[in-house]
Structures are given as structure tokens and as C-alpha cells.
Design a binder for this molecule. Structure first.
Ligand code: ADP
Ligand code: MG
Length: 701
């Protein structure tokens, strides 16, 4: 029974969670801390000292020697700085282990090397991290991790978590106001919930180590297609191979220890591709958990001689990886506000919240597109493996019919309301199945939540969720203003819902999002089609978007501008690294390999000829000719790419122009170089080719 896992015992065993707090903290301290967690009340230093002390004692029992403030800067990865609990020795030479309330609440990492988009000059290097008590501390690798938010000395927000926490407050305030208007006085808190489904690739470490493109950029920059890809659909939900199963088991165990509700695992569409989905939870915790999940996925892979790839498009020709952000809104009284119930046609509260989401997605479609834009994800959107770059909403037959009936004052007849064949007269809550068939939509209603499907696999979900929360909060606040003085509340809501659905129905599309006709139809409807990060990012600074963030106190105009600069700059840097890696691979490995193959072919042909004129050498000669021609082209394209990269500095004054240049010129040349390289790979004997093939990478585990 060596590998038997006692889930109940290990679940959350490394987390300073509610039950640990109850066990360890004096009652009064526990109650105060609970108030902070649940109501956002400020914590006194006295209480913080007690909490910190108990946290430290608990962490030391778990083997921790250090603590760290864990935060999510604008780099896209999490950051941590470790401090030991040891303090200066006393006179008798003994060290003490200490951890004060002040150290728990506030940290001061040197912020000068984190991107700030010009918000902070390097001489103002100080940055602060502040404890987020709503996300539990945990012990990992001998360190006590404290989830925190990160800002500069002068208070500018430098991370992804702060806007998220603020947006959660905003939607809470506005949703509670609306619910009180509807007579639900017992609701005191509304939170958004998220369950992110995470896709990833697992490949063999030995093969990975031989590919500098994977090492430097996370994706293959060359690589001819393997004879087999995903065309047989035999990997999707297929039986899980032993080595992968062992990995998944280990991964689940590690995640459970950290209190992460890892639930579903299965093989995905592409060979070597898999998915993990947790049970949904409060948005900021879901965000921390997803960041941790990605980290643990990589770490556990190493133990199994594997590498976990979280890049959005590691391999050309097969599906890349995304993340589905399942999002809903619920109350402290246990109600899901996006639950239509048995009779959505009479459920005005549901209709009102649905209308808020429809209006938000329509008005801020650009923000949703921006939030999923990245150099990696641009490969997927619109490539018939992920939703297109056009944002629209899928409501399904039932809700679609409901919306139509409201717009046209028609009676609503649900397609879902059928008696079940068993003869039992049950009225199903709502036909979840009828609403989940369209897998091509970027933003789909799936029974009692929305599934935002355009996210790339490596994205920090804080960003899409703070956008979503903020834009829905904004709509709710407008609704409140319109409804608050109504004499006949029902009539006012009905009129408002009808107006919103009528004005914003263009964002609803229940058809096939992969169809080329949709692109034209969307254009007719006036929907945006922002194909790449630079195209999308331009809209970030539109007045309506800045107004949204400033009015809702999520970010200042300067902070938005900073985010804009950082995203564009990091996009250009990423393509720059890819281009340099390609040039390196081309010159140092691919060109010499093909040349040496051609030389051996030539030697063979010459030797044959020397032996006798009667021996045919046409095979060698054809190959020599074909490869030599390609070599000329390959070398020329490499030189062009090199030149293009050098020329990029002409545009570096303006991040938007710089990014566009990388997209339109550098990236285009990379595609051309790759095409020639891949064609040479198909003609070159494997023993000469310097890199493991797609076949070895995708089918090697
Ligand atoms: P599918 O693969 O069909 O899209 P899954 O069952 O794999 O769906 O994943 C659905 C995800 O949605 C899970 O993470 C689940 O916990 C989450 N989810 C379910 N209900 C809610 C909700 N009310 N709010 C947020 N997420 C939810
Ligand atoms: Mg899904």
C-alpha cells in the first residue's frame, strides 16, 4: 500500500487555513482575523503579532526555516523573496526564531527590477508587499508563503492582484445594492467565483534538453510535422499512459496538500496534451491556486523525467493550450446569481444580471480581447483550435430564445422543458446540456456560469477576472441608478432588460465561430476583430476604458498606460528572443547539419562514379540539388531575419510601433525561414538532423 493516498488526511495539510487558525489562535484573535477576512476590517498590530507568531510556530513544525511574501508582479510570473526566521544571536550565542506582525503585514522587496512601465524611476526603488489575509498562507519547500499585493513606495499598483481585489470589492458593492433593491436585504456579500481549466503538454526531459527553442522560448521554432498528429482524435479523453498517470497522481497529491481542489484530469486533443480542472472557488483564491498549480505542474514533471510546457503553442500543426475561465457570481446566502432556475422567463433577478453581463461584454469586448492577448496566444486565436479574435457571446438555444422573446414581446417556450423519457414528470432546472454544445464561442453560458474560453494556457487569470468584475460592476451601478427611484420595480426591470437586450443583441452569436462567414457577419454587426496583441492593445487607452478603470478606482490612468507599455514591450522582447534563437539554430546547427549531409551524399555519388559509370547516382544528385537550393534560400532568409532584428531598434522609441514592427516584419520573416527549414528536415537523414523530431517530442512519453 506504499502509494496509497489518504486524501482526507493530506488535503490542505500545508495550509494555514481556517481550521488551523481555529485550533491555534486565541478565540478573540481568531474572531478579529475572521472579521478582516470576511469584511475587510483593518487588523491591529497587536492581533497581527499573535497571528504571525502562531503562523511561524506552525510553519516551523512543517519544517519551514524561511518566510516569503509571495506576489504577482507585471512580469507574468510570481515573485518571492525569502527571509529566514533567524534573528541576531543573543549574548549567549543562541539564535531566536521570530516573525512579527509587521513582517507578516508588510514587506519591502527592492522593486527596481520589476517592470513598472515608467511609473517608477529606478531611484525610487522601494516597493511594498501587503498581506492578503483572504488567501491562506501555506508552506512549500521549507518556506512559509504569504500571499500579498505589491505596490510602489508612492502607492502605484505594480501587480495583478491589487486590481483584482479592488474589482471584487466593486462588484460586491454594486451587486449587493441591486439585490437590496430587489428586496433581498439578507444578502450582505457578493463574490465572484472562478474555476480555471488548465491545459498543458508533457514531454520527455531528454528530448526537451536537446531543443534550444523549447528551452529559450517555450515553443518549437522549427519542426516538420510528424506523420501522425491529432487527426484520429484518439488522444482526446483517451486512456492515460502509465508514466503520465504516475505524474498526474503525484501532481494531485501535491496540489491537495496545498489545499487546491484538483478535480478532473484527462487527455486533451493533441498528442502529449492534458488538462486539469479544479473545483471553483472565490476569484482571488482561484487566481493564487492557478498560479501555484502551474508552478507545481512544472516541478512535479521534473521528478518524472518530464517537462511540462505551458506555452500556448509549443507545436505547429497540432492544437495549442488554453485555459477556460469559468466565472459566476454568488451571494453569502448561497445563491448563484447566474442560475436561471426552473422558469427564467419569470426570474427578473436572473434576467437583470444576465443583461449586465451581455451589456458589459458588448461594450468592453476590446478589453476582453486585450486581456487574453499575448505573443503565445496570438498563435491560437482564430486558428480554428480556439475561439476567434472576435469576442461574442453564446447563450445557447434556451437562453437565446428567452432573449429573443423579451426583445420581441413574444411568449417564451423553453426547448429544455421536456418530460424525461422515464415518464417521471420532472422539470429539469435548466437544460445545461443544450447550452454547452458550442465549443467555438469565446464566451459561453454553460448552465449557471459563463465560460471565457479565449485565455492562453500561461495567462495569470487575475487579469481577465478584474476586467470582467469591473465591467459588470459598472453596468450594475448604471442599472441601480436607473432603477432606484422606480415606483413599479417589476415593470422598470422588465423595461430595462428589454432595452439592454435590444441594444446589445449584436454581441450574441450562437452559431459556429470558426466559420469564415462569421468574420463577415461580425463585421456587419460592428464587432471588433483584433487579430494580434499590438492591434488589440491600441484600444487599451481608449477613453471609455480609462474611464471605466478610473471611475471604479481599479487603476489610475497612469497605471493603465504603464500596463499598456509593459505588455507591448514584453511582446516585442519575446519575439526578439524567438528570432535570435532561430538565427542561432539556423547558423550553428541546421545549416552545418544539412551541409554535412550534402557533403556525404556528394562523397557517395563521387565514390560510386569512380567505381563505375554504370552505377546510378540520380538519387544522391537529386537530393544534393534540392537541398543545395534550399540551403541557399535558408541562408538568405537567415540573413534577412538578422537584418530585420537589427533594424528593430529604429522603432524602439514607440512601444506600439515597435511591437507592430515585430509582428509584421520580424515574425513574418520567422515564418518564412521556418518553412524552408522544415522542408529541409523532411529531406535530411535523421542521424544528421540536430534536433529531436516532432514525432519524438509528441509521441515520446
Ligand atoms: P468542461 O470541460 O465541460 O468545460 P469542466 O467540468 O471540466 O467543464 O469544468 C468546469 C469548471 O467550471 C470546473 O472548474 C468547475 O468547478 C467550474 N464551475 C462550476 N460551477 C461554477 C461556478 N458557479 N462558478 C465558477 N466556476 C464554476
Ligand atoms: Mg471548458
Amino acid at each position: 500500500m506504499g502509494d496509497y493516498i489518504n486524501v482526507k488526511e493530506i488535503f490542505g495539510c500545508d495550509v494555514f487555513n481556517d481550521s488551523v487558525m481555529q485550533d491555534r489562535l486565541p478565540k478573540k484573535v481568531y474572531r478579529e482575523l475572521k472579521k478582516t477576512i470576511e469584511e475587510g476590517k483593518e487588523l491591529s498590530m497587536e492581533i497581527a503579532d499573535v497571528v504571525a507568531h502562531e503562523m511561524k510556530e506552525w510553519a516551523i513544525e512543517k519544517g519551514a526555516t524561511h518566510y516569503c511574501h509571495w506576489f504577482q508582479p507585471l512580469t507574468g510570473v510570481t515573485a518571492e523573496k525569502h527571509d529566514a526566521f533567524v534573528t541576531a544571536p543573543r549574548e549567549d550565542g543562541k539564535v531566536l526564531l521570530s516573525f512579527s506582525g509587521k513582517e507578516l503585514i508588510k514587506g519591502e522587496p527592492d522593486a527596481s527590477s520589476f517592470p513598472s512601465g515608467g511609473l517608477r524611476a529606478t531611484f525610487e526603488a522601494r516597493g511594498y508587499t501587503t498581506w492578503d489575509p483572504t488567501s491562506y498562507a501555506f508552506v512549500k519547500d521549507g518556506t512559509l508563503y504569504i500571499p500579498t499585493a505589491f505596490c510602489s513606495y508612492t502607492g502605484e499598483v505594480l501587480d495583478k492582484k491589487t486590481p483584482l481585489l479592488r474589482s471584487m470589492e466593486r462588484i460586491n458593492t454594486e451587486a449587493v445594492k441591486i439585490l437590496h433593491l430587489l428586496g433581498k436585504e439578507d444578502v450582505t456579500r457578493v463574490t465572484t467565483t472562478v474555476g480555471p481549466e488548465q491545459e498543458y503538454f508533457l514531454i520527455d526531459k531528454d528530448a526537451y534538453d536537446q531543443r534550444e527553442d523549447l528551452i529559450y522560448t517555450g515553443r518549437t521554432l522549427f519542426g516538420a510535422k510528424a506523420p501522425k498528429g491529432q487527426e484520429l482524435d484518439d488522444h482526446y479523453f483517451g486512456a492515460i499512459k502509465t508514466r503520465v498517470a504516475a505524474y498526474m497522481k503525484d501532481l494531485d497529491e501535491e496540489l491537495w496538500k496545498l489545499g487546491i481542489l484538483a478535480k478532473t484530469k484527462h487527455n486533451e486533443v493533441a498528442p502529449s496534451q492534458h488538462e486539469l480542472a479544479p473545483i471553483f472557488t472565490t476569484t482571488n483564491i482561484a487566481t493564487d491556486h492557478n498560479e501555484l498549480t502551474m508552478e507545481v505542474m512544472k516541478k512535479v514533471a521534473e521528478r518524472h523525467g518530464l517537462v511540462c510546457l505551458l506555452h500556448e503553442k509549443p507545436f505547429a500543426g497540432v492544437n495549442g493550450s488554453g485555459k477556460h475561465n469559468n466565472w459566476s457570481i454568488s451571494t453569502n446566502t448561497g445563491e448563484n446569481l447566474l442560475e436561471p432556475g426552473k422558469t427564467p422567463e419569470n426570474n427578473l433577478q436572473f434576467q437583470l444580471f444576465l443583461a449586465a453581463v451581455v451589456k458589459a461584454v458588448h461594450e468592453y469586448q476590446d478589453l476582453l480581447r486585450i486581456t487574453v492577448a499575448s505573443a503565445g496566444n496570438d498563435h491560437r486565436l482564430g486558428a480554428n483550435e480556439a475561439p476567434p479574435a472576435i469576442i461574442s457571446m453564446y447563450l445557447g438555444d434556451d437562453l437565446g430564445e428567452l432573449v429573443d422573446s423579451i426583445i420581441n414581446d413574444r411568449e417564451y417556450v423553453s426547448k429544455g422543458k421536456q418530460k424525461m423519457r422515464t415518464g417521471v414528470d420532472v422539470l429539469p432546472d435548466f437544460m445545461k446540456d443544450t447550452s454547452d454544445r458550442n465549443r467555438t464561442s469565446p464566451f459561453a453560458f454553460t448552465g449557471n456560469k459563463f465560460e471565457f474560453r479565449a485565455l492562453g494556457s500561461s495567462l495569470n487569470i487575475a487579469c481577465p477576472n478584474y476586467m470582467l468584475n469591473t465591467m459588470v460592476a459598472e453596468e450594475l451601478s448604471e442599472f441601480y441608478d436607473e432603477l432606484k427611484d422606480a415606483d413599479d420595480m417589476d415593470a422598470a426591470i422588465k423595461a430595462l432588460v428589454k432595452k439592454v437586450f435590444t441594444e446589445h443583441q449584436n454581441i450574441i452569436f450562437n452559431g459556429n465561430n470558426y466559420a469564415p462567414e462569421w468574420v463577415e457577419e461580425a463585421e456587419r454587426r460592428g464587432l471588433l476583430n483584433l487579430k494580434s496583441l499590438p492591434d488589440a492593445m491600441e484600444h487599451f487607452l481608449d477613453k471609455k476604458n480609462i474611464d471605466l478603470f478610473v471611475k471604479n478606482k481599479i487603476c489610475s490612468a497612469d497605471e493603465i498606460r504603464a500596463r499598456y507599455e509593459i505588455e507591448l514591450e514584453s511582446y516585442s522582447k519575446q519575439i526578439n528572443i524567438e528570432a535570435l534563437t532561430m538565427i542561432d539554430m539556423a547558423k550553428k546547427n541546421i545549416l552545418p547539419a544539412v551541409t554535412s549531409y550534402v557533403r556525404d551524399l556528394t562523397d557517395t555519388a563521387l565514390a560510386k562514379k569512380a567505381l563505375s559509370d554504370a552505377i546510378p547516382t540520380s538519387v544522391e544528385e537529386d537530393l544534393i540539388t534540392s537541398l543545395s537550393n534550399k540551403l541557399v534560400c535558408f541562408s538568405k532568409k537567415t540573413a534577412e531575419l538578422e537584418e530585420a532584428v537589427i533594424k528593430a531598434s529604429d522603432y524602439s522609441d514607440d512601444n506600439l510601433k515597435y511591437a507592430k514592427y515585430y509582428r509584421e516584419t520580424v515574425f513574418a520573416l520567422m515564418q518564412e525561414l521556418r518553412a524552408v527549414g522544415d522542408a529541409m528536415e523532411t529531406e535530411t537523414a535523421s542521424e544528421y538532423w540536430p534536433y529531436p523530431s516532432y514525432g519524438e517530442l509528441l509521441f515520446g512519453v
